[in-house]
Design a protein. Sequence first.
Length: 561
Amino acid sequence: LSGSGKDERWDTLILGDVHTPLVQELPGGGHEIIFTYVLGPKEYVLAVRDYTVGSPVNLQPLLAKDGITCTRHEADGLGGLAVAWINKLRSAGQVHDQLIARPFGWNFLNGACTGLAIGGVLYRPGGMVERVACDDKKLAATYRPMGELAVWRRAAHLFEGKRPDLQALIACAFGAPLISLTGDVRGMTLNFWSAGSGIGKSTAIKIGQSVWGNYTAMQSMRDTPNSVMRSLAGPRVLIRYWDEFRITRDRQGEFVELVYTLPQGKERMRLMADITIRETGEWDTMLAMTSNKSHADVLLLDNDGTDSGLLRLLEIEMDKQMMPFDAAAGPLIKATETNYGHAGRIYAAYLGAQVDAVRLQLAAVSETLGRDLNLQQDERYYAAAIATIVVGATIACHLDLFAFDVHAIYDVLKRAVIASRSARQVRTVVTGAGRYELGPIMAQFINAMGDHLIRTDVLATAGSGKVTPIVTPKSSSIIKAQIAEKAGMIRLHREEFFRWLAVRNLPSAPVLDQMGQDWNARQKRAALAGGTSYATGQLWVVDVPRGDPELEAYFDTGGRP
């Protein structure tokens, strides 16, 4: 309404209709009004905060992003309308005490679940669907369905009936939104690793990412742990993939912080330039990385060899079996770049409508997992990750979104927990902070090298004659360990020893340092099996003197491990 007296008139500010206003008081101060705007067949949900309407120059672009195209003069009028609307509803006592539904993630009101929101669409219990405001338009666009489900489904079919480890990687996309329903665990990090390349890791996560949205939402090789942590708070419950993950030496501390922070569900508190506390990002999700090596060493080195970090990182070593080339696969995978998001919306609608039934499924799988693996309380992170992946895969099968081999996925993840538990026991049973049980490590390595082990009386020295083997190796290939009985010495092929440690997630530098301190082990250039027909050339070896009680406890009276 403008003018006065005879000149008073109603001016049209925008085309279309507005309705269903809701006002909430913001945690940081001020009020926000959320209302629905309809123009033709399109419906938009807008959120306008009272402290943003003072300048039409600033308000106009905000309204345009929300679907209202207007001039600067019209924006000024709309700002005044929003403030008047807020004050009217406040006067009537119609201010919501609870925050209105967030655009991503599970929403609760007075302790009851009100649904799951993805990109501003709220899927409620009972099957109802409604739109909610989403301030981050770019994020909403990233997770807005594009193309056709059938096209994505043809690409996903490439992984059906095949490798369960790659299926588990894809199933993380369906498992991540269920983390919120598991209890006090709010996040988990998984590392799917293999020293071999070309086994399909990158392609699998492209399928997994396109369950929900554009593949560009994946982290790239050059991203940092801190940037990943900041990115979790936007989509909140959706999977975060990180392909070809690598840790540079200067980023190791950030990686450790990421692994410890993810299960807490929120980033650390930070101050803004005016010394006020910045809004803290929150999430309930999982981070699934692919890499060409284990990263447990970094956690051990940072935490004095304790296993607290390892319990927050589940590593799945993948079979090195290569995937055969399929000329038809490339175009199908490429199509996921423009056909995505439909599977996720179907899945989200089911979760929102059947949240109570999904909780029961998670509880049942968790109970089974606890019995199968005799899980302890400190392994609850493993339990949450596996239960959500298995239940997510089961529901995806039920909805005909992906034909997962659920039992095989379960077995892959169980084996990963068993391997992690076994490795933790070897690495982290300590006599003091950061110290390893070297006796079992040495005995296991010697046994593992059995076919490449030679026993002699002495070690060859410069100018010595021929050395006669006491026990010859079973394999005629390169010698990897030598036991010199009378000399009381064990000589290890250093490169092979480091490789063996790495496969078992044992940190080579700390282990070797402790061997030097405890056993007076020394590194040097020398030949293995020198003076015999099995002699190697000069290479780096580790000489370990016999005699230490801890070492000798793992050898019988005949000097055999």
